[in-house]
Design a protein around this ligand. Structure first.
Ligand code: ATP
Ligand code: MG
Length: 340
């Protein structure tokens, strides 16, 4: 069972989590106009658009025809989470007259492609953005939802405004203790060990592994930290870094029968010290505090990983928390309440 927020859906009740029962009032599409295509993937085509009523920029995510239940889930999750810190806001849902195209109208984020951005991030940038991501995830998890596809392509960064938004709720799911979930979620390089060994009763901590992978790629300046060619190779890369001793303990602890005919996965590997990944180029970002945080995120045992809230409390973020606290004091002063 999840270490935190395990019963939140039971507490909030069916109207919160039962996405299949909920009714959607679709708007007609005329209000929104497409400006240009900005992305797309397996499940959608995404456009920059404009709201013809208020003339504001927006994003139009046109969903490819998938199961109605999946569409409802994405919308329910977004409705529940909209307004939360650093979560992309859902503004409207649209259905065309042929009833074939379902679109989500969302807040537009002026995003810099992460492959260009990450190599340029300074230590204080990495701290800031990782903290913002953790803030989003703690909010999401505390509302009973696992994102299940945390990766750089799903984290929009507006560098100019130091703004971060977690997007792509297409795989997000409500967490209920004791439930078996699909293990074919996430994107390979960011998949947690539980997905690779077939442990189905995972929880919010799944997302924390992906945060660990993103953090490692930022501090070590490696495009993807674990870059497997398939799921077996993905696990192998992890074993060769974290070592097999802890892996075996983890499998035994959870009674996971992991069978494989892939010889390399049956070999023993020693845990590499994190310092092994330091180079002249990444050394300013890879401080002792950063490595300690990383070590507490990339744990095989999902119950040992830091939660999003715990991670925000790590010493690595001391300066970010101080900054946040002083901005609060300033804004109180600005409003004229506590100035002397
Ligand atoms: P994938 O299968 O690649 O994960 P998807 O079909 O589920 O994608 P999203 O990840 O939601 O769709 O969006 C696809 C791409 O569209 C994003 O990677 C991003 O480049 C762009 N995009 C989506 N939402 C926004 C937004 N709010 N602001 C700016 N760009 C966005
Ligand atoms: Mg995506």
């Amino acid at each position: 069972m999840a270490r935190v927020y395990a019963d939140i859906n039971a507490t909030l009740g069916e109207s919160w989590y039962d996405y299949d029962k909920f009714n959607i009032d679709w708007s007609p599409p005329e209000r929104y106009e497409i400006v240009r295509r900005v992305g797309g993937g397996k499940y959608s085509e995404v456009f920059e658009g404009v709201d013809m009523v208020n003339h504001e920029q927006c994003v139009i995510k046109v969903l490819k025809p998938v199961a109605a239940k999946k569409i409802k889930r994405e919308i329910k999750v977004l409705r529940n989470l909209t307004g939360g810190p650093n979560v992309v806001a859902l503004l409207d849902v649209v259905l065309d007259s042929s009833c074939r195209y379902h679109s989500l109208i969302m807040e537009y984020v002026e995003n810099i492609e992460w492959k260009q951005l990450y190599p340029r991030l300074t230590e204080s940038d990495i701290k800031h953005y990782t903290f913002q991501l953790l803030k989003a995830l703690d909010f999401v998890h505390s509302h009973g939802i696992m994102h299940r596809d945390v990766k750089p392509g799903n984290v929009m960064v507006d560098y100019q405004h130091r703004k971060l938004r977690l997007i792509d709720w297409g795989l997000a799911e409500f967490y209920h203790p004791g439930t078996d979930y699909h293990i074919r979620v996430g994107s390979r390089y960011y998949k947690a060990p539980e997905l690779l060994v077939g442990y189905k009763q995972y929880d919010y901590s799944l997302d924390m592994w992906s945060v660990g992978c993103m953090f490692a790629s930022m501090i070590f300046r490696r495009e993807h930290f674990f870059r497997g060619t398939d799921n077996n190779d993905q696990l192998l890369r992890i074993l060769k870094t974290l070592g097999t001793e802890q892996f075996d303990i983890y499998l035994r602890r959870y009674g996971v029968h992991f069978e494989t005919d892939f010889e390399a996965l049956l070999t023993n590997y020693a845990k590499l010290p994190w310092s092994r990944f330091i180079t002249a180029d990444n050394q300013p970002q890879a401080s002792a505090e950063a490595l300690d945080l990383l070590d507490h995120l990339l744990k095989y045992d999902h119950r040992e990983r830091l939660t999003a809230r715990e991670a925000q409390g790590h010493v690595y973020f001391n300066s970010v928390r101080l900054e946040a606290a002083s901005t609060k004091v300033e804004s109180v002063n600005d409003s004229g309440f506590s100035s002397t």
